[in-house]
Design a protein. Structure first.
Length: 364
């Protein structure tokens, strides 16, 4: 399983680490390891810890300053985790990632193999974004997203996101006192409007990012739970199937490793819209995407780039690697594959996206 702890869960408003809560969470994870349950810990808190160590009263505004603070805080964070886990005889390993590490298929596989090997050694990988080197183009943006990507990467059976909220509510409880806690979610998009705004001043997440994480997890066939990190025994309760927080049920069967990589680890460079016939052929018959079914092209992508595939209503139905550049797809859309030599002067492929390079998201 993957356990994600947010900044607000393991720090105080003063930016100092909440050692009592960290010790309790570490004890639970170490006990799960004793039970033979493999756990990957995705942790936030590096920047907050760095602020405390440097004596800052608020988060810096510039990226270089945030990176410097994170460099200080990450060392402190790992020092505390190492000490706490050592009390229970548990080995830990630091793993720092950026989105760039997972965009490359080779580096994606290397990251996966390293994490699985650490678990084979009975070590607890402690994962965080590598804030010291990450710039906007290669950042995950928040550790909610990172935790879902890590869960998919290792093929986790459960993703547990611990935060400063009890779960998902029917409306923002800060503005609607009568809002009710939702025990179970079967359609992520159906509850997206209930998401609150940004996260706490100490973190970068919020309910919106947790819905994004839930989409990734559920589309990867992994159940996800959002629960309050201050609840005693929350990790054990989640593992044992007790009612804690909000449970997101998987929407699809688990995607294979390559399809997960296509679906979640690349940054899409454009959009391709398809008609109803092509949509049915893709989702129901598992066919490749042919130019005859394409109705619209957006973006300036090259051959080999990842694109989002949408239906006529603009709903995303999949992501895949395009065999042709955007201008070429624009020229051949609506035509049979046999016409490509006359239109382009060549025909490299019959299909715009081959089914092996296409990750599909069946309708909920």
């Amino acid at each position: 399983m993957v356990v994600k702890v947010g900044t607000s869960t393991i720090t105080y408003p003063t930016y100092r680490l909440n050692l009592e809560r960290m010790e309790r969470l570490v004890r639970e994870i170490a006990d799960l390891a004793n039970r033979g349950i493999e756990v990957v810990l995705v942790t936030s808190g590096a920047i907050s810890a760095g602020l405390s160590r440097l004596g800052f009263s608020q988060r810096p505004a510039t990226l270089p300053a945030k990176q410097a603070v994170a460099a200080v805080g990450q060392g402190l964070l790992m020092q505390v985790y190492e000490k706490l886990f050592a009390e229970y005889g548990q080995v830990v390993a630091q793993v720092l990632l950026t989105r760039e590490d997972l965009r490359s298929r080779e580096r994606y596989l290397n990251s996966r193999h390293t994490l699985l090997e650490l678990l084979r050694y009975n070590a607890v990988p402690i994962v965080n974004e590598n804030d010291t080197v990450a710039v906007e183009e290669i950042k995950f943006g928040d550790n909610d997203t990172l935790s879902a990507l890590v869960a998919a990467l290792v093929g986790a059976d459960l993703l547990l996101v611990l935060s400063d909220v009890d779960g998902v509510y029917t409306a923002d409880p800060r503005q609607h006192p009568d809002a009710r806690l939702v025990d179970m979610v079967t359609s992520v998009d159906g509850l997206a409007e209930a998401a609150g705004g940004a996260g706490s001043a100490r973190g970068t997440g919020g309910m919106v990012t947790k819905f994004q994480a839930a989409r990734i997890a559920c589309r990867s066939g992994i159940p996800m739970i959002i629960a309050h990190g201050s609840r005693d025994g929350v990790i054990h309760a989640a593992v044992d199937g007790k009612d804690v927080g909000t449970l997101f049920l998987p929407e699809t069967e688990r995607l294979n490793s390559r399809k997960q990589w296509l679906a979640f680890y690349h940054r899409p460079m454009g959009q391709i819209f398809v008609d109803e016939g092509a949509k049915t052929a893709l989702l129901d018959a598992g066919k490749s995407l042919l130019p005859i079914g394409i109705t619209k092209v957006l973006g300036s992508f090259a051959a080999g780039d990842l694109v989002v595939v949408l239906d006529e209503e603009g709903k995303e139905i999949g992501r895949g690697i395009s065999n042709y550049a955007a201008a070429e797809v624009e020229s051949i859309k609506g035509h049979h594959s046999e016409a490509l030599p006359q239109i382009l002067g060549r025909k490299d492929y019959d299909e715009v996206i081959h089914r092996d390079n296409l990750a599909l998201f069946p309708e909920e």
